[in-house]
Design a protein around this ligand. Structure first.
Ligand code: ATP
Ligand code: MG
Length: 210
């Protein structure tokens, strides 16, 4: 009898600038719906598509905000590998490295619909698909039919395993939250209390966008 049980680990990658309840709800839904053992939060180092950001938090601050946001959830944990690697961080490299270190684990990469639509522009999408399944959640009120169409395309292109994640459409983005703060408006309830206190204490996102 084969009694080795493969671990099921979700990965929530992102810039988290700042982490907000959209990310947290997504990760918790994935945990429940796909019976995951744990979800790793993986803040990206220097994302190639966000190099022109001038109004953001530092790497250390983004990391700390994620740690504060997930600290009371026993099945969430923080992985700072991408940030420590420095320079550009590619999901494909991270997945290959995780799979090498944990051959007994199946990975589920959790993304919103915007990431699903742009997935073929990511670095080495076929390597990503070889090393994990994708769990895609609604965002920006994109109809399920449009998501299904894109999923079909990616399956054909890369042999991807992609599942729909059932979540409410949460109209929140880190970009909007940074703007709110620059306008002097509160982030209360959009981010966990501990994150809110940290942002206020460190005066993050107060400078106008250049
Ligand atoms: P930004 O506005 O800076 O791009 P963001 O809110 O999109 O920030 P990211 O860190 O870019 O947050 O997102 C990480 C992942 O979480 C992406 O796959 C994104 O699609 C997903 N995501 C973020 N917010 C939501 C949301 N409100 N609903 C569904 N998915 C989300
Ligand atoms: Mg984004």
């Amino acid at each position: 009898m084969n009694d080795t049980k493969r671990r099921r680990v979700g990965i929530m990658g992102g810039t988290f600038d700042p982490i907000h309840i959209g990310h947290l709800i997504l990760a918790e839904c994935a945990y429940e719906q796909f019976r995951l053992d744990t979800v790793l939060f993986l803040p990206s180092g220097n994302p190639p598509h966000k190099t022109d950001r001038t109004d953001g938090a530092t790497d250390a601050e983004r990391l700390e905000m994620v740690a504060l946001a997930i600290r009371d959830n026993p099945h969430f944990s923080l992985d700072s590998e991408e940030m420590q690697r420095g320079g550009y961080s590619y999901t494909s490299d991270t997945l290959v490295s995780l799979r090498k270190r944990h051959p007994d684990t199946d990975y589920f990469f959790i993304i919103g619909a915007d990431s699903l639509l742009s997935f073929d522009t990511w670095h080495e999408p076929e390597i990503i698909c070889r090393n994990c399944a994708l769990l895609a959640a609604a965002r920006d009120r994109l109809p399920v039919s449009a998501m299904e169409e894109k999923i079909g395309e990616l399956k054909k292109l890369y042999g991807a395993e992609i599942h729909l994640l059932y979540t409410p459409n949460i109209d929140i983005s880190s970009t909007d939250l940074r703007f709110r703060r620059q306008e002097g408006r509160s982030l209360r309830y959009y981010v966990p209390d501990a994150v809110l206190q940290y942002i206020e204490q460190k005066e993050i996102y107060r400078d106008p966008v250049l």
